[in-house]
Each structure stands twice: as structure tokens, then as C-alpha cells.
Design a protein around this ligand. Structure first.
Ligand code: ZN
Length: 381
């Protein structure tokens, strides 16, 4: 009862002290197994100093939320979840490299728009279970208020001037400048603005970033100069699922900008264990719903955290690193695979024609799995 009162008090004043600080050996262990398994972190991270830090946090653990929940409350009452529909879609879909179709009569597959549909479906279901849900974006528009034009100067600092005074070199320079300004605005700048919104304004208990994965297009036929567009855009056979949480910094990243400080925050604010629980629950729910195999990483840019949970990896992505609350990024399906493309087309066709959704609607399946994962992690009494 006392504990309940205490947690209630913290909820009221909106200030939550850090979880009991991690011990140095514990920090060393997670650095070796999750946060920097392929890097020489010992040369840049002082675990004794880290163990002294006490980091404040704006989010609550599943236990704290459950303590507040009454017997007659809905199963997710008291939980505030932020859903981030990955990418943007709309007029930016082509520039962000998240748009394709196989045939001219097909619907465009735009990851940003599909992720938004999934987020809206998941929100309705989570709200019905008592959760408070905030979407990081509500439409196919930039979250970052700065447009590509605002980044032209910065882009010019990063792109070297043409080496020769030819018209073709000038064209190439102009293209590179534009591409960099667009990237700075709608990719990097947008992700940074999403992280700022989450940390400063939304301040949820957890953030789930929704994506649909895609594979590199098959290249065998590309060398043939006659290769038609359709031969180039051939669907791949592989279709799989994985989920990501923060970790796996390289030596270079540990030396880059403020990544070391961001690592220190994430290591000491207690987000790590909740990320593993939520990430595991969401990965399991997606695996069960889709019955697809787990993705694999062939390089050292991600690490499988446990052979018991083959769907959950740690990876150093900007949003995973910069969002201070427990954050999980989902990558179910390979959108340009034989297994997923047709299902995406029928999901888009049914929505365009305002028809009832198919029983195996792929976006509904995704949203249901998100809800099941959230419920498994946060729904306990
Ligand atoms: Zn994506």
C-alpha cells in the first residue's frame, strides 16, 4: 500500500527518480553482450563512473503502471504508448527511397503510408483496452518543420565542388547537393525531430516504431543492358520478421559526436531491461501472427541477443539511440517478396475500394500483433 502511494505520488508530480542504479559489473556485462559487443568499449567507457550516475526518466515501468491499476480497470489502463509510423510517404516517398511497384497498374507500396495505417489500426485497439496512445505523425507529412531548402547551406558544406568545369560535372554536383539536402531534412532531421518530440513533448512510457522491411532487388539480370524495368524489379523469395532495440555500437560510433553520451543515458536510465521485455513480447507476437522465419544479420551492425529469441536484435539506429524511453523498432515482412507483395496489393485495393478487409489482411495482422505484444508486456495485473 505504501509503495502504491509512493508510486502514485511520483505519478502526480511527474518526476520519477532513476531506477536503482546498475552496478559496474552489470554495466560491463551488458556492454559486452548488447551495447558494444564488437567494440573495444573498455577504452572509452568508465563503468565505475557510469554506476555513479543517476538519470531521471519520464516513463514508467510495467510494474509501476500495474500498481496504479484498479481491479475494474481495463487491461492497459494507465499506459501511455507512442506509435511512430516509420518514414513519411506521400510526396516524399520516392525521395526517401520508400516507394515501388512491380507493374504499372499496381498500387505503389509506400512504407510510410502502410506504417501509418498500421499505427491507426493499433491505436484504436490499444485505446479500447484502456491505453493512452499518441502517434508521432498523423499524416504523410514531414515531422521536421525544416524543409530541404533549409539544409542547402549545410549540404553545400558536405558536398565537394565539381572537379572539372564540365556541364555534366555541374549536373552531378547539383544532383548530389539536392539529394543531401533532402536526406538531411526528411531522413536525419525528421528522425531527430521525432526523438525530440518523444523526449520533450509526448513523454510516453514506451515508443514503438513501425516499419515494413524490404530486401535489395535481385541484380543477376541487371548487367544485361536490355534488362527491362520489370526484370529489374523482380520479387525476392525471402520473407521474414525481426524487431530491434538499442545496442551494438561500433568503435567508430563510440567516438562519434555525442553517441557516447547518448549511450550513457540509455545505459543508466533503466530503459534497457524494459526494451528487452517489450521487444521480446512484440517479436514473439509478430512471429506467431505471421508464422515467418526470423531475419538474419550477416555483418556486425546488429547482434542477436539470445538464441531463445531469434527475432530480437540490438542495433544502433538513430531513433533507438535518441529516444530515452524504452523503444522498439519493428521490421515485419519483406515488402518486395513473393509472400508479402500480393497481400500488400490486396490490402491497398480493398482500402481504395472501401471494401471489407480480408480476414488475412496483412496490415490488420501487423496491428493485431502489436496489440498482442503490448498486452503481453504491460497487461499484467
Ligand atoms: Zn523502414
Amino acid at each position: 500500500m505504501l509503495l502504491r502511494f509512493f508510486v502514485g505520488y511520483l505519478f502526480c508530480v511527474g518526476l520519477v527518480a532513476s531506477l536503482s542504479a546498475a552496478e559496474a559489473p552489470e554495466l560491463a556485462s551488458v556492454l559486452t553482450t548488447r551495447y558494444a559487443p564488437y567494440a573495444n568499449w573498455q577504452s572509452v567507457v568508465d563503468v565505475d563512473a557510469l554506476a555513479q550516475r543517476s538519470e531521471s526518466r519520464y516513463w514508467h515501468t510495467a510494474e509501476e503502471i500495474a500498481l496504479q491499476r484498479g481491479d475494474s480497470d481495463l487491461p492497459l489502463a494507465g499506459l501511455h504508448i507512442a506509435l511512430d509510423p516509420g518514414h513519411i510517404g506521400g510526396q516524399w516517398a520516392a525521395a526517401e527511397g520508400r516507394q515501388f511497384r512491380i507493374a504499372e497498374n499496381d498500387f505503389y507500396v509506400r512504407e510510410g503510408e502502410l506504417a501509418l495505417v498500421v499505427a491507426q489500426l493499433a491505436r484504436a485497439k490499444l485505446v479500447a483496452l484502456g491505453a493512452n496512445v499518441t502517434l508521432v505523425r498523423e499524416a504523410a507529412v514531414r515531422v521536421n518543420p525544416k524543409s530541404p531548402v533549409d539544409y542547402l547551406e549545410l549540404a553545400a558544406e558536405q558536398i565537394s565542388l565539381p572537379k572539372e568545369p564540365s556541364l555534366s560535372a555541374l549536373w552531378a554536383y547539383g544532383g548530389a547537393l539536392r539529394a543531401r539536402a533532402v536526406h538531411l531534412s526528411i531522413v536525419k532531421g525528421d528522425l531527430m525531430e521525432r526523438a525530440r518530440l518523444v523526449n520533450r513533448e509526448i513523454q510516453p512510457d514506451a515508443l514503438i516504431s513501425l516499419h515494413i522491411n524490404a530486401a535489395a532487388w535481385p541484380t543477376e539480370n541487371e548487367s544485361a543492358s536490355e534488362a527491362s524495368e520489370s526484370a529489374k524489379f523482380r520479387l525476392v523469395g525471402t520473407n521474414n520478421v525481426h524487431a530491434l532495440i538499442f545496442g551494438c555500437l561500433s568503435d567508430g560510433e563510440l567516438q562519434t559526436g555525442n553517441q557516447l553520451e547518448q549511450l550513457a543515458v540509455k545505459l543508466t536510465n533503466g530503459s534497457g531491461p524494459t526494451e528487452r521485455l517489450l521487444g521480446g513480447a512484440l517479436a514473439t507476437a509478430l512471429a506467431e501472427a505471421t508464422e515467418l522465419p526470423a531475419a538474419r544479420y550477416r555483418r556486425n551492425n546488429a547482434i542477436l541477443l539470445s538464441s531463445q529469441q531469434p527475432y530480437l536484435f540490438a542495433r544502433n539506429l538513430l531513433l533507438l539511440r535518441m529516444a530515452e524511453c524504452p523503444t522498439v523498432l519493428l521490421e515485419p515482412y519483406i515488402s518486395n517478396s513473393v509472400g508479402a507483395y500480393g497481400r500488400l496489393q490486396s490490402a491497398l485495393a480493398n482500402r481504395a475500394a472501401d471494401r471489407a478487409l480480408a480476414e488475412d489482411d496483412i496490415l490488420l495482422q501487423y496491428a493485431d500483433a502489436v496489440v498482442a505484444g503490448v498486452r503481453a508486456c504491460y497487461g499484467q495485473e
